[in-house]
Design a protein around this ligand. Structure first.
Ligand SMILES: NC(=O)c1ccc[n+]([C@@H]2O[C@H](COP(=O)([O-])OP(=O)(O)OC[C@H]3O[C@@H](n4cnc5c(N)ncnc54)[C@H](O)[C@@H]3O)[C@@H](O)[C@H]2O)c1
Length: 481
């Protein structure tokens, strides 16, 4: 089949690459020419700098004959003449200050371009039926909205389907090739039939749940799935981890063993962390709360999960002053990790960004950051969050690239005057660092482990004279040498 993707971010590009692997011919359109240039460069480095996902560059390079990228709308118009399905993979962020209401302007703008293009196609007698697929995570009524906008622009002979994406960043390609479920929300037999052809590789396959529902149920299923996962994390941080922080004699890992051996409780989400970040959980829980609030006043549970996650980050940071009496003013701090989790360069809502903001507020002298892949994303975020170099100089006395230093390996992160280390991302390679750390950093030094990634070495580090504040542990004060 011929497929069009509108939006070539994490979801659009990963899904498009896997659809090309499944044998479809795919065009990806994105309004960001720099992203398109990188994705169509044919170079692994350029692709991974813009989108780091395991195996993604391989798929893009392997299927270059069936998978093309463009930022030219004229290419889209031509492609539409024979397209069977259009995937909309657009951002649906939270509107600023709207308590969770989704900003649907990216959707509306894409549909306002797509509608007339479909209408022209209809007028040219290219009256080939096309399904328009919401792949983004969207408010429940989005399929109706899309139908209306497209019809207003004169489009005919199309259906709107909801096909939410369940991929997990860091394993997005694997998840798309081997999904546990495919969810199709459609309102006509014809649309279900076309979607079965689009997903032929996964239809009627053992161990893949192919779920056919209506567009409302599909959109609700995605929002609710993200909320339930998010609330599991909020419970782990704010109840399980907190209990282990405030009572002595308990190791988080031991308590976890007790809990996760109950199959009803399961294992997912039983790790402690400074923050549940990423582009989806927070905004989707907020969107769910907002939509519920339009109809009912019983939304406390959803709002509490959001508040627990916000509190977790602030509380973790505040423990440095409250428990270790550490003052960040004028200090050099090492930060291990920028991405919101391992195996991705996505920094959206990452705990590391929250820590950087808090450190800057506390007049830190320098933050030395090491992340194996996310430094470019961090740099782009700094420009968006703190404005131009001139604006940064005005606010902080120097441009932020002088205060926030990029380190190319873990060794560089520890300069002789570093007196505190934050661990914000659970990159596996960080687990091995306590030995190196002890060689490079003499005590006194405060370790702020926001991932419990050095938990295997806490005893040794305490005995070597380091103070440790870890999520899910009480203050582990250095044992005088
Ligand atoms: N990232 C995830 O792990 C994940 C997982 C499941 C669902 N989702 C949902 O999928 C949607 C997309 O997420 P993402 O992570 O891919 O976002 P993203 O920001 O990585 O990608 C969105 C892309 O859309 C492009 N874009 C914006 N307006 C456009 C327009 N008018 N025409 C063409 N392109 C346009 C942007 O340039 C960007 O490249 C969101 O609703 C998200 O909640 C994300």
């Amino acid at each position: 089949m011929k497929l069009l993707y509108i939006g070539g971010g994490f979801v659009g590009t990963c899904s498009a690459a896997v659809m090309a692997d499944a044998g479809h011919e795919v065009l990806v359109y994105d309004i960001d020419p720099a992203k398109i240039a990188a994705l169509s460069s044919g170079k692994r480095d350029s692709i991974e700098n813009i989108l780091f996902e395991r195996d993604l560059a391989d798929y893009i390079l392997k299927h270059k004959d069936r998978l093309t990228f463009t930022s030219a709308w004229d290419d889209v118009k031509q492609w539409l003449e024979q397209t069977d399905a259009v995937f909309l993979c657009l951002p649906t962020p939270e509107k600023n200050g709207q308590e969770g209401e989704s900003d649907m302007s990216y959707y509306q703008s894409a549909l306002a371009s797509l509608g007339p293009a479909l209408a022209v196609r209809n007028n040219n007698k290219q009256d080939h039926y096309v399904v328009i697929i919401n792949k983004s995570t969207v408010p429940l009524e989005t399929a109706d909205m899309a139908q209306e906008i497209l019809a207003q622009h004169g489009a005919r002979n199309f259906g709107v389907v909801s096909n939410p994406e369940f991929l997990v960043e860091g394993q997005a390609v694997h998840d798309s090739v081997h999904p546990t479920r495919v969810v199709i929300g459609a309102s006509s037999k014809k649309d279900f039939e076309i979607m079965r052809q689009v997903y032929a590789r996964w239809y009627n396959v053992p161990r893949i749940a192919y779920v056919e529902v209506n567009p409302f149920e599909a959109a609700a299923g995605k929002l609710l799935a993200n909320y339930l996962l998010f609330s599991r994390l909020a419970n782990t941080f704010d109840v399980v981890g907190r209990l282990c922080e405030v009572f002595p004699h308990m190791r988080f890992e031991q308590v976890r063993k007790v809990l996760t051996t109950d199959p009803r409780i399961g294992t997912w989400g039983f790790y402690d962390s400074l923050h549940a970040g990423g582009s989806c959980f927070i905004k989707d829980a907020a969107s769910l709360a907002y939509q519920l609030e339009q109809k009912t006043d019983r939304t406390a549970l959803v709002r509490d999960a959001l508040e627990a996650n916000r509190y977790q980050l602030q509380h973790f940071f505040d423990r440095a002053a409250q428990e270790a009496h550490f003052d960040f003013k004028g200090k050099t701090v090492a930060l291990l990790g920028a991405a919101f989790k391992q195996e991705t360069n996505d920094v959206r809502h990452s705990g590391a960004l929250g820590i950087i903001e808090l450190l800057l507020e506390n007049n830190v002298k320098q933050i030395r950051v090491y992340d194996p892949v996310a430094y470019d994303s961090l740099h782009r975020w700094l420009l968006t969050a703190f404005g131009s170099t001139a604006q940064q100089r005005e606010r902080y006395g120097v441009p932020l690239n002088e205060k926030i230093v990029h380190c190319f390996n873990a060794e560089e992160v520890w300069s002789p005057d570093t007196s505190c280390t934050f661990i914000a991302t659970d990159w596996r390679e960080f687990q091995q660092l306590p030995q190196q750390f002890q060689k490079l950093c003499k005590s006194p030094h405060l370790i702020m482990d926001g991932r419990r990634i050095w938990c295997h070495a806490y005893d040794e580090l305490q005995q070597a004279g380091y103070d440790i504040i870890a999520v899910g542990s009480p203050f582990l004060k250095a044992i005088p040498i």
